[in-house]
Design a protein around this ligand. Structure first.
Ligand code: TPP
Length: 655
C-alpha cells in the first residue's frame, strides 16, 4: 500500500490544483499551509489554521454591474463627472491602492475595469504593463502624499517608455493648503516634473470635465507620456445637478481630434528616392508603430520592397522575430545597413548607441516636429503618424527583391543563434558542475518550453528584467505577434517593477484587450531577479485575488548582481549580498500562489509544466525559485560573465 506522502505526490503530479498543491506542500517541512490541524509542542491539538481564501465580497463585488453617476436626484460628484469622461474615453483599466477614495470608487462604478493591489508603486507598474501589452490608456491611483510618492520610480519608468498612463492622486483640501492641516498634504505636481507630458492640481470644481479633456488630449495625441492629475476634496466631492454648471462640458469629438498628421507628398517622394538608392535598407519600428497599430502596413511595406525591420521600444512583436526580413537577431548585419528609417522611435538613441555604420543615411518619421533632428542627424525628417507613413510606403514602394541583403540577414541570424547555443552549452556545463542553474540554461529552458514545445509560440506574453538574468532573458525572449514581448526595464532601467508590470499585462490578456484578443485568458510569464522580486512579490496576492495567471521565474543568486563592483572595496561587499538560499517559492505560497523550487534544468522543465497546467486550468500563479550562484555573474570565475546585448534588436533595453 502506498503511504500518504506518495499518494499526495502522485495526486500532485496529475492534478496540480491549488488544493493538491497545498496538501503536498503541507507534507514538506515548514510549509505555511492552511487547513491542516497542527499540534502544539505539548502535543495538545491546536486549532486548525484557516486556509488562504478569496472572500466572497471580492468575487461578488468584481461581478457588480456598472452604476455610473447621474445629474438626477442628488447629482454627480466631481469624481463622478471625471469618471464619466474616463469611461467615454475608454480608459482601459485602473490599478490602485485605497486612497483617493471618491475618485477610485467613481471610476469603478462607471465601469472602468479596476484592480486594487498592495503597493502604489506596483499598481503603477501594473497599469504601465497593461498599456504596454495593448497600447491603450490606463490609470493608476493612490492616496495623497505617501501613495503618490510611492509611485515615483514607476511613473518615471512609464515616462521613459512613453506610456499613455493617467496618474491620479487625491490631495487633501484646498482649504488646508500651506497650513500642514491634518496629514498628507503634498505639493505633488513638482514631484512629477520631467516624468509627465501634462499635469494639474485641480482646484476649480466646475473645471473638472475641462481638465479631464486636457488629460485625454495629451494621452491620445502626438507622442504619449504620463499625465498627472491631483484632486483636492473640494473638487472630488463637489456636487453637480446641472451640466451647464460645468465649463467646456461637451463630448470628446468637440474637445479633441482623432485626426492624424499625414506625410507631405514631397517628403514621401524623397523617402521613396532614398529607399530606391539604398542596397541594404533597415526600418526601425519603434513603439509608435505599436501604439498607432500600424503593424499590418509595416509588414506590407517591408515585404514589398524587402526592407529589413527591427523593432524597438518597451513592447516587442509588431514585426515577427521569425520573419526572414527581421533584424531582431542579426547584430552583425546592422553594421552594413546603408539606410535607416526610424518610424515612431519615441526615445532616440545617439548614433554610437546603435551599431550602425557612421555614414548611414537616415530618415526619421515622427508624429510631432519638435523632436526631429534631436540626438541623431537626419537626411530627411518627416512629420507623420506612423500608420499614415507606412501605408504610403506600402502603397507606393515598388516590388523589389534584395537577395544579397536577405542572405546577409540569414547568415547573421545563424551566427547569432550559434553564439546563443554556445553560451547555453557552456552554461549547461557550469550547471552540471555546480548543481545550480546558470542563467543561459534557465532562459533556454523557458524559451524551449514556451516557443518550441506544445504551446502555440505566438501565445505567451513574456516580460523580463533584472541584471544578469535580464540580459540573458532578453536574448532568449521572442515575439512573433504584436504585444507579445514586454521589455520591463526599457530605457529607465529600473530593477523591480517586472512582476507587477507582468500582472498588469496579464490582466490585459485575461480580458483579451486589443492585440491580446486571440489569446484571451492565456498565462503570462515574468523572468526576473531576486533583487527585483523584493519590489513586487506581494502583488502575487493581487494576482491570486483576481485569478490572473502569471508564472514568475526568479533567478536567485543571493545578491544584487552588481556585487563585482565591491570586490576591490573591502568594507563594501555586505551591502551587495543577501542571506543565501532565501525561499521566494515559500513566500509565494504564503501569498496564496504556488511555489516551486528548482536547481537543475530537469527540475525547471517539470516545474514549468506543472506551473503551466495550474495557470491555464485554474488561473493559479506560480513563483519558481531558481537557485543559482552569484559567481555566475563573474567573468573571471564563469566566463564570459555578463554583458549588455547589442542594440537595436532582441534584448535591447536602452532604446
Ligand atoms: C531600483 C534600482 N536600484 C538599483 C539599480 C542599480 N542596479 C542596476 S543592476 C543592479 C543589480 C541588480 O541585481 P539583480 O536584479 O538581482 O540582478 P541579477 O541577480 O540578475 O544579476 C543594480 C543594483 C537599479 N537599476 N534600479
Amino acid at each position: 500500500m502506498k503511504n500518504r506522502k506518495a499518494e499526495q505526490a502522485e495526486q500532485h503530479a496529475v492534478d496540480p490544483s491549488r488544493r493538491s498543491f497545498l496538501l503536498s506542500s503541507a507534507a514538506g517541512a515548514g510549509a505555511i499551509v492552511a487547513g491542516i490541524v497542527t499540534e502544539t509542542k505539548a502535543g495538545v491539538p491546536a486549532a486548525s489554521i484557516p486556509s488562504i481564501t478569496i472572500p466572497k465580497e471580492i468575487t461578488e463585488s468584481v461581478k457588480e454591474p456598472a452604476k455610473p453617476g447621474s445629474f438626477e436626484g442628488p447629482g454627480m460628484t466631481g469624481a463622478e463627472v471625471f469618471a464619466t469622461l474616463c469611461k467615454e474615453e475608454e480608459l482601459a483599466a485602473l490599478f490602485c491602492c485605497p486612497g483617493n477614495y471618491t475618485v477610485i470608487n467613481a471610476l469603478a462604478a462607471a465601469g472602468v475595469p479596476s484592480y486594487g493591489g498592495r503597493c502604489e508603486g506596483s499598481m503603477c507598474a501594473a497599469a504601465d504593463g497593461f498599456s504596454r501589452a495593448t497600447g491603450e490608456v490606463t490609470a493608476c491611483s493612490g492616496t495623497e502624499g505617501p501613495g503618490l510618492t510611492n509611485m515615483i520610480m514607476n511613473i518615471a519608468s512609464a515616462a521613459a517608455a512613453r506610456t499613455p498612463l493617467l496618474v491620479l492622486a487625491s490631495n487633501m483640501q484646498i482649504a488646508g493648503d500651506d497650513r500642514e492641516t491634518f496629514i498628507q498634504t503634498g505639493y505633488q505636481q513638482p514631484l512629477t516634473t520631467g516624468m509627465k507630458k501634462y499635469g494639474k492640481r485641480l482646484i476649480a470644481p466646475d473645471r473638472v470635465w475641462e481638465y479631464g479633456a486636457y488629460a485625454f488630449r495629451n494621452l491620445k495625441s502626438g507622442v504619449p507620456s504620463p499625465v498627472h492629475l491631483d484632486f483636492p476634496g473640494e473638487v472630488a466631492r463637489a456636487r453637480f445637478n446641472d451640466p451647464t454648471k460645468l465649463k467646456d462640458y461637451y463630448a470628446k469629438d468637440k474637445y479633441r481630434s482623432e485626426s492624424q498628421p499625414q506625410p507631405a507628398a514631397k517628403d514621401v517622394e524623397k523617402a521613396l528616392d532614398l529607399i530606391s538608392r539604398a542596397e541594404r535598407p533597415l526600418l526601425v519600428a519603434g513603439q509608435g508603430v505599436f501604439q498607432n497599430k500600424a503593424w499590418e502596413a509595416l509588414l506590407k511595406a517591408a515585404e514589398k520592397n524587402e526592407l529589413a525591420v527591427v523593432t524597438s521600444g518597451p513592447t516587442r512583436g509588431h514585426f515577427p522575430d521569425d520573419h526572414r526580413l527581421s533584424g531582431a537577431l542579426t547584430p552583425d548585419a546592422m553594421m552594413s545597413a546603408d539606410l535607416v528609417i526610424f518610424v515612431g522611435q519615441y526615445c532616440m538613441p545617439t548614433p554610437g548607441e546603435y551599431r550602425f555604420n557612421p555614414d548611414i543615411k537616415t530618415i526619421r518619421v515622427h508624429p510631432v516636429p519638435e523632436d526631429l533632428g534631436r540626438n541623431w542627424p537626419l537626411d530627411l525628417g518627416i512629420v507623420s503618424s506612423e500608420k499614415a507613413f507606412l501605408e504610403a510606403l506600402a502603397d507606393l514602394l515598388p516590388s523589389r527583391k534584395r537577395e544579397a541583403w536577405v542572405n546577409e540577414l540569414a547568415t547573421a541570424r545563424q551566427k547569432y543563434d550559434k553564439m546563443l547555443n554556445d553560451q547555453y552549452e557552456l552554461g549547461l556545463k557550469y550547471s552540471h558542475d555546480t548543481n545550480h542553474l546558470h542563467p543561459a540554461v534557465l532562459c533556454k529552458e523557458v524559451h524551449d518550453f514556451f516557443y518550441k514545445g506544445e504551446i502555440d509560440p505566438k501565445q505567451t506574453v513574456m516580460g523580463a528584467g533584472g541584471w544578469t538574468i535580464g540580459v540573458h532573458a532578453g536574448r532568449w525572449q521572442r515575439a512573433y505577434r504584436p504585444g507579445q514581448g514586454i521589455v520591463c526595464p526599457y530605457q529607465y532601467g529600473a530593477i523591480g517593477p517586472d512582476l507587477a508590470m507582468m500582472i498588469g499585462a496579464s490582466a490585459a490578456v485575461q480580458r483579451g484587450v486589443g492585440p491580446q484578443a486571440p489569446y484571451k485568458g492565456a498565462p503570462t510569464v515574468c523572468v526576473s531577479s531576486d533583487a527585483g522580486i523584493a519590489y513586487s512579490l506581494f502583488e502575487l496576492d493581487t494576482a491570486a485575488k483576481y485569478k490572473i495567471p502569471v508564472i514568475g521565474i526568479i533567478y536567485n543568486n543571493d545578491s544584487w548582481g552588481m556585487w563585482p563592483s565591491a570586490v576591490s572595496s573591502a568594507r563594501s561587499m555586505h551591502m551587495y549580498l543577501f542571506q543565501e538560499n532565501l525561499r521566494y517559492d515559500q513566500m509565494a505560497q504564503g501569498l496564496g500562489a504556488r511555489g516551486e523550487y528548482v536547481r537543475t534544468p530537469e527540475e525547471l522543465r517539470e516545474a514549468l509544466h506543472r506551473s503551466y497546467q495550474a495557470a491555464s486550468k485554474e488561473n493559479m500563479s506560480t513563483l519558481i525559485n531558481c537557485q543559482a550562484l552569484r559567481d555566475f555573474t563573474s567573468a573571471k570565475n564563469y566566463p564570459p560573465g555578463v554583458s549588455l546585448n547589442p542594440e537595436p534588436g532582441c534584448g535591447a533595453v536602452a532604446h
